[in-house]
Ligand binder design. Structure first.
Ligand SMILES: *Cc1c(COP(=O)(O)O)cnc(C)c1O
Length: 395
């Protein structure tokens, strides 16, 4: 394990306090300064190393899994997983508490799969007991789709109790671990068939592909399920196994950057060290923002190490678009909130930076509030009512 060197962004680039694309190391960017032939043995070896390294990140339980990278942003591999692993005669139960759960449900509907949604609103977590009840009521549900960290609010969903409920009912679990994989360890022995993530989240690569980690036997049985030619995980996997190549043009530069990012992930100390750094980032950010008078949407025990939602201040001098521009001028890119009830914004803590950068961001927030004439960062009463309701329901 080598101490992490944090480089200031080059050429006055701002820090991306966003959940991907995110700030990457200079060496990850520099790995893209070469052209690779997709058919060439060098690139095939890189693809093989990429697949093996991702399976190894699953730990001892990973022996039964295979890795299938898929071109496109994360949503492409989500769609490929759903279309390939939920058979046309199957039925999916999507556990939604934010935009990504709803997007998975929309993908299933678009491809004509039977789908039921447990919609918990903006952030309330789907609980194991609810899953048990829904599965008991509807024996035709074959698959449950869970979001590991729901990036729209930043909540870390209770994956263990969900997985237990699904396994107990004899159904199959598919996980969108897009924003968590590589920084949040999967609970030991978690029963699941597949998970997906992408190049530009916690491994700290650049955008261009996603990947699925699938139980090999499950994938072998999934031939012919897919609704789509390109987004067919089985066919993609079969080609990797047959020739070592991607079907269709691979994102060669992104793969080169990702291998460098995987080496840096390993040098840092793997999943545990990456998660610890992000957790320390969050703690520094949340403490600093609370010190300025901001409130988080979620109580501490639901905060993920990935991204945190803050309520916008009630002070009429606070205008998010203005706040955003001024933060950008100070070198920090923020992310708007996704709550439907009250105004909010998000600050990500994943990417190539540490708690010192978080403290700099908090200092910038304080200075910007002063510039804007915001005298209190306290949220409106409606936000506090919402927060109290959440804390009651989530107790
Ligand atoms: C980022 C993300 C995705 C994929 O989003 P893209 O914009 O398609 O990359 C899916 N699910 C979750 C939970 C995410 O955080």
């Amino acid at each position: 394990m080598t101490p992490l060197k944090i480089e200031q962004p080059q050429g006055g680039e701002p820090w991306l306090l966003t959940p991907g694309p995110l700030s990457t190391s200079y060496s990850v960017k520099a790995a893209m300064l070469r052209d690779l032939g997709s058919w060439d043995s060098d690139f095939r070896a890189m693809t093989a190393r990429l697949r093996a390294t991702l399976v190894a990140l699953l730990g001892p339980g990973g022996a039964d899994f295979t890795c299938v990278p898929m071109q496109g942003s994360g949503s492409f591999v989500v769609e490929a997983m759903l279309g390939t692993l939920v058979p046309r005669t199957g039925k999916a139960l999507v556990l939604a508490n934010g935009a990504y759960g709803l997007r998975a449900a929309a993908a299933l509907r678009q491809m004509g799969r039977a789908v039921e949604v447990l919609d918990k609103g903006d952030y309330l977590p789907p609980r194991g007991a609810e899953v048990t009840a829904l599965l008991a009521r509807d024996p035709s549900i074959t698959h449950v789709i869970a979001i590991h960290c729901e990036t729209s609010s930043g909540i870390l969903n209770p994956l263990s109790e969900i997985a237990e409920a699904v396994a107990e009912a004899g159904r199959r679990l598919l996980v969108d671990s897009m924003s968590a994989f590589g920084a949040v360890a999967l609970p030991k022995g978690l029963p699941f068939d597949a998970l997906v993530s992408s190049a530009n989240k916690c491994i700290e690569g650049v955008p261009g592909f996603g990947f699925a980690l699938v139980r090999r036997g499950v994938l072998e049985a999934a031939q012919g399920n897919a609704h789509s030619l390109a987004l067919d995980l089985y066919a993609q996997w079969a080609e990797f196994e047959r020739s070592g190549q991607w079907r269709y043009t691979p994102p060669t530069h992104t793969v080169a950057a990702f291998l460098q990012a995987l080496d840096e992930h390993n040098d840092e100390g793997g999943v545990a060290a990456r998660g610890a750094r992000y957790g320390a980032n969050r703690d520094a950010l949340v403490a600093g923002m609370r010190g300025l008078g901001f409130e988080t949407l979620l109580a501490d025990r639901w905060l993920s190490p990935i991204i945190t939602t803050f309520f916008c201040p009630a002070d009429p001098a606070f205008v998010f678009a203005d706040f955003y521009d001024r933060m950008k001028a100070r070198g920090f890119i923020l992310y708007p909130g996704k709550l439907t009830v009250v105004d909010s914004f998000r600050m990500g803590h994943i990417g190539r930076f540490d708690a010192d950068v978080m403290r700099d961001a908090v200092t910038a927030v304080g200075a910007v509030l002063n510039e804007m004439g915001v005298t209190s960062a306290a949220p409106p009463g409606a936000a506090l009512v919402e927060k109290q309701r959440a804390e009651r329901e989530m107790a």
